[in-house]
Design a protein around this ligand. Structure first.
Ligand SMILES: C[S@@+](CC[C@H](N)C(=O)[O-])C[C@H]1O[C@@H](n2cnc3c(N)ncnc32)[C@H](O)[C@@H]1O
Length: 266
């Protein structure tokens, strides 16, 4: 092993001692760790920087590691999709980015998914959003392909999707390196682009260009996690207007409490 590889292995081991980051895809921890090692003089500083970046990417959005086994057991024991929907509503309320969407779920998804029921949906940087499937009114033949960087989240979502009345899968994918190589009718990219742009400038726009889907639903948070509005709506509207002009897209905009949504048909 070279000195660099030894340092990277030590960094990954140190980061993974923390329960919150243990389930994050190892390749992603290595990517963030490698960048930190090239920027910071000491291993200690690079470990601290890696944890801080991972926290921004995922940690800041969950109050604690969710009790996935307990949630799954509850959903498995529920007698039908209607009672699972009630459980999903409670689980969605436990995650900052899905909590504020709860009040508008009934009208959001019909607008996002279009007139034709999609055969295949991609949910990129899915978080807990697949738990909103009961509000999507899609047929049992729809395939829901979810992706995120947390292996425990992906196992949970993969087990839950069939309980919510669709076929589906959930896999690990680092979106900074590009979208998964699969096509779909619609791709949901909800509140992920700012995080990708933070990880690598241009990564969000590159992702949107590369997704193989004729319909994109892209959203941005318009309130910070502390609940303040710090000009985010204008910033992200400008981001999308500029990108859309370059790409020749004509996005349809929906303003929700705390979220700015664009529907792009290509
Ligand atoms: C703000 S949450 C949004 C979750 C969900 N899309 C929603 O709006 O309800 C951001 C999600 O992006 C994921 N994420 C962050 N960086 C990522 C990356 N490089 N590749 C894939 N997913 C990423 C996080 O793990 C987290 O689940």
């Amino acid at each position: 092993m070279t000195n660099c590889e030894t340092q990277l292995a030590e960094l990954v081991a140190a980061v993974q001692t923390s329960a919150r980051y243990r389930t994050i895809d190892r390749q992603l921890v290595e990517r963030v760790g490698r960048e930190a090692l090239s920027r910071y003089p000491s291993l200690k500083a690079a470990i601290k920087a890696t944890k801080s970046q991972l926290h921004q990417m995922i940690g800041a959005y969950a109050e604690r590691t969710p009790p996935y086994d307990q949630w799954l057991a509850e959903l498995q024991q529920a007698p039908d999709v209607a009672s699972r929907k009630v459980i999903c509503q409670r689980l969605l309320a436990s995650h900052a980015s899905t909590r504020e969407r709860l009040a508008v779920l009934d009208r959001l998804y019909p607008a996002c998914l279009g007139d034709q029921p999609p055969q295949r949906i991609l949910d990129l940087g899915c978080g807990f959003n697949p738990l909103a499937v009961p509000w999507m009114n899609v047929p049992a033949t729809t395939f829901y392909a979810a992706y995120d960087i947390d292996t425990a989240l992906c196992s949970f979502v993969g087990a839950v999707l069939p309980l919510l009345g669709v076929q589906g899968s959930a896999d690990v994918c680092d979106l900074v390196t590009g979208p998964p190589p699969v096509a779909a009718d619609v791709a949901l990219v909800l509140k992920v682009i700012p995080l990708l742009e933070q990880q690598r400038r241009g990564a969000g726009a590159d992702l949107l260009r590369a997704i193989q889907a004729p319909r994109l639903v892209v959203s941005f948070p318009t309130r910070s996690l502390g609940g303040r509005n710090v000009g985010m709506l204008e910033t992200y509207r400008r981001y999308m207007t500029t990108l859309a002009a370059t790409e020749g897209w004509s996005p349809h905009e929906i303003v929700l409490p705390g979220e700015l949504v664009f529907i792009i048909r290509r």
